[in-house]
Design a protein around this ligand. Structure first.
Ligand SMILES: C[S@@+](CC[C@H](N)C(=O)[O-])C[C@H]1O[C@@H](n2cnc3c(N)ncnc32)[C@H](O)[C@@H]1O
Length: 316
């Protein structure tokens, strides 16, 4: 069977870790990446045209844009399976029977029954994130937008620990264009010691980034200050910095705990720390890091979100 997976990021990594042996994949498809992913070749979308193809599994969240691209390439939509189908306003999957043969009944059953995204306008008349771009992770993005509207008069920089390809940093930079944006990441994935025991797909997907790629994604790259390397070493020299908004998205316990220890005492009053994956079922270290912090410093004022990966909004 000729099986292709569109994406070389977290979605593709998760698919391989949970439902599909990478050896069954003919090639991964990615407009940006080159070389190989999990031992399989990576090709550009255009290279799909004319190839024999039984199933193309779209693992990325930009499903609307990918659907348009595949239509232009003449790919039969009966051969395409969107894993992030629940983030798309319309049901796009046409052939669950074929998907069942490749991924198994239980996996496809979960996919079919996943809840549909609900959109609602932000009643501020100042919306900056709208349309299909917001569908990526609607609740998280629209909450961020609403929080940013409350930051007037709150001094400090913006920061993200765990930038990966800049998907969320891009919004921080767009919504708070006047503020310095500190970006902490190795841009080469996790500390191998800390990531021991995580799936191969998870680990390799996060190696797939670069500073250039992130800066190219930012609307105001001149406001970015990149701190490349392993955190918390990369925070040295920033002891006197103050933060109005921080996105903490390091996935694993020790780095998350180090992030809480560094950022929380440096937050301005009225600021917010968004802790991604707090309620993520496969990343329990994030919650453990919060429990450790709270055991030492007392209970945080925090609101859990019902977004895709369970963000915790900590209010300072
Ligand atoms: C889930 S990704 C971040 C996703 C990103 N926030 C987004 O929304 O697109 C996690 C990132 O954390 C980075 N990371 C984790 N621990 C780190 C540490 N101690 N120092 C630097 N980077 C780290 C990894 O390299 C990876 O890129």
């Amino acid at each position: 069977m000729e099986i292709y997976v569109y994406g070389t990021g977290c979605g593709a990594g998760e698919l391989i870790d949970t439902a599909l042996d990478a050896r069954r994949v003919t090639a991964f498809v990615d407009p940006a990446a080159k070389g190989s992913f999990l031992g399989r070749p990576v090709i550009a979308p255009q290279e799909l045209a004319g190839r024999p193809l039984d199933l193309l599994i779209v693992a990325g969240r930009q499903a609307e844009a990918i659907a348009r691209e595949l239509a232009e390439l003449g790919i039969d939509e009966n051969r395409v399976l969107y894993l992030k189908n629940h983030l798309i306003p319309a049901e796009r999957n046409r052939n669950y029977a074929l998907a069942e043969r490749v991924l198994g009944k239980a996996y496809v059953e979960r996919l079919r029954n996943s809840e549909r995204m609900i959109r609602a306008p932000l009643w501020t008349q100042q919306e900056r994130i709208a349309g299909p771009e917001a569908d990526n992770d609607y609740v998280r993005l629209k909450t961020l937008e609403a929080l940013c509207l409350r930051l007037d008069g709150v001094p400090g920089a913006v920061a993200e620990l765990g930038v990966y390809r800049g998907g969320f940093s891009r919004w921080l930079n767009l919504l708070l264009p006047e503020r310095t944006l500190l970006l902490f990441d190795t841009f080469e994935g996790f500390d191998p010691t800390e990531a021991q025991g995580q799936g191969d797909g998870f680990v390799e997907a996060h190696r797939n980034s670069s500073v250039e790629r992130v800066l190219a994604a930012l609307p105001h790259p001149e406001k970015a200050a990149v701190r490349q390397g392993l955190f918390p070493q990369t925070a040295q020299g920033l002891e006197n910095e103050r933060f109005a908004l921080v996105s903490l998205d390091a996935d694993l316990e020790e780095s998350t705990y180090a992030g809480l220890c560094f950022f929380l005492p440096r937050m301005s009053e009225g600021g917010y720390l968004l802790l991604h994956d707090y309620n993520h079922p496969r990343l329990p270290g994030v919650r453990r890091a919060v429990e450790r912090w709270e055991a030492e410093h007392g209970r945080l004022a925090a609101v859990p979100l019902c977004d895709v990966n369970g963000t915790l909004v900590i209010s300072v």
